[in-house]
Design a protein around this ligand. Structure first.
Ligand SMILES: [Zn+2]
Ligand SMILES: [Zn+2]
Length: 387
């Protein structure tokens, strides 16, 4: 942690007071083990606090100030930049906690540093800059239940670390690595942390999943219902890497999430299709499965309606209807009952990569986390990664 703070202070020193130069130098010299998470997006004011000593560093002017303790104070936009408490700063300031202090933002605690950036005339975006394991502390409890067996928590830790490192560029244009929402991985800061998931992160420090020396695309989902799927059969991708192939999974079948049923009215279906640019005319006569993926998941659906036929990818149909509504494309039956469509299926999620309920089941049977990862990503290795 000391090195981390040193690196941050060093990066700012001697940088010319021109925002674009600061940004480019910052981006270039940022140690790769530090990730930047956007935690507040374009707000007009916010509250910041700290349980102990911290430093404010102005990236445009180079001015530094150490503050001993701060209950909370408000941060708002000023014509020159921003006001933190009663003091004016430029439009770019980093708050660096010293010692064991943690900064808080609107009452939520965050590890490591916070970067305040003025955006446009009257808004502020806040980016939490932190070590990757500290980031994983904040996301793991959102992905798994901390009461699960330790080996399954460790398999999720290497999966989430690999996923993060592989996707560092997804917000490249925005000036940070990840948002804190479902789009990336949900990140809740310190408040959501759990002892067991933190331990799983610590015990797998630096470990990632690779295929022939490269980071894999470590996709995962809740429950496969018996068999995982290949990406080409579910998403419109250019191909399926060899480690994302369909595997049998016997251990998640008895789980409450392994089977589901849902009724949708014709109006609901037509409305959801319309919102996604697909116009059909009621009544819907039939919905049938045109083709299947390797696991038995529906690949294409045909919707026969009053004025013709619409062919859609089942995975798109699922997202349009709502991934919580049509939980998977692993449909066991699709029937019209009294004018409504009854969907019954297995599993929850897209079905590609690691099945989380399966990982838990394998851990309960005594499998170690590396073997669990290798089971769902065949042909891969779990190894130390230099970053
Ligand atoms: Zn995102
Ligand atoms: Zn499974």
């Amino acid at each position: 942690m000391k090195n981390f703070v040193k690196a941050l202070v060093f990066i700012g020193v001697g940088i010319a007071p021109v925002l674009s130069i600061v940004l480019s130098v910052w981006a270039r010299e940022l140690p790769e083990s530090i990730v930047r998470i956007m935690v507040l997006d374009k707000v007009s004011s916010l509250e910041v606090g700290s349980g102990g000593q911290f430093e404010i560093f102005d990236l445009n002017t180079g001015r530094k100030k150490t503050i001993e303790h701060l209950e909370t104070c408000s941060v708002s936009v000023s014509s020159e930049g921003m006001t933190i408490g009663a003091e004016d700063w430029s439009g770019m300031a980093r708050l660096i906690p010293l010692g064991d202090a943690l900064l808080s933002l609107n009452g939520k605690k965050y590890r490591d540093t916070l970067l305040f950036k003025k955006v446009g005339d009257n808004q502020i975006t806040v980016i939490n800059e932190l070590g990757i394991d500290h980031y994983l502390y904040g996301i793991l409890p959102k992905e798994v239940d901390a009461d699960w067996p330790m080996e399954s928590l460790k398999s999720q830790a290497v999966v989430s670390r690999t996923f993060a490192l592989k996707n560092l560029k997804r917000h490249e244009q925005d000036g940070f690595h990840f948002c804190s929402k479902v789009h990336c991985q949900v990140y809740g800061g310190v408040n959501g942390e759990e002892e067991n998931t933190n331990r799983a992160v610590d015990e797998t420090h630096n470990q990632v999943i690779t295929y022939h020396g490269d980071l894999i695309n470590a996709v995962f989902f809740a429950n496969c219902g018996g068999k995982t799927e290949e990406p080409a059969n579910s998403w419109l991708t250019s191909g399926s890497p060899p480690y994302l192939r369909s595997v049998r999974c016997k251990v998640c079948k008895g789980d409450p999430f392994s089977a589901w049923r849902k009724k949708l009215t014709q109006k609901q279906i037509a409305e959801a299709l319309r919102k996604n640019g697909r116009i059909i005319s009621l009544p819907i006569r039939t919905i049938s499965i045109l083709s299947y993926g390797r696991s038995g998941r529906a690949k294409f659906l045909s919707i026969q309606h009053a004025e013709g036929q619409l062919k859609v990818m089942a995975s798109h149909f699922r997202m349009w209807m709502g991934p919580e509504t049509v939980r998977s494309t692993y449909l066991q039956s699709l029937r019209k009952v009294q004018g409504e469509f009854l969907f019954a299926g297995r599993g929850w999620g897209h079905g590609i990569g690691l099945c989380q309920d399966g990982a838990r089941g394998l851990a309960q049977k005594g499998k170690k986390y590396k073997k669990i990862a290798q089971y769902y990503y065949p042909g891969t290795q779990v190894e130390e990664w230099e970053y």
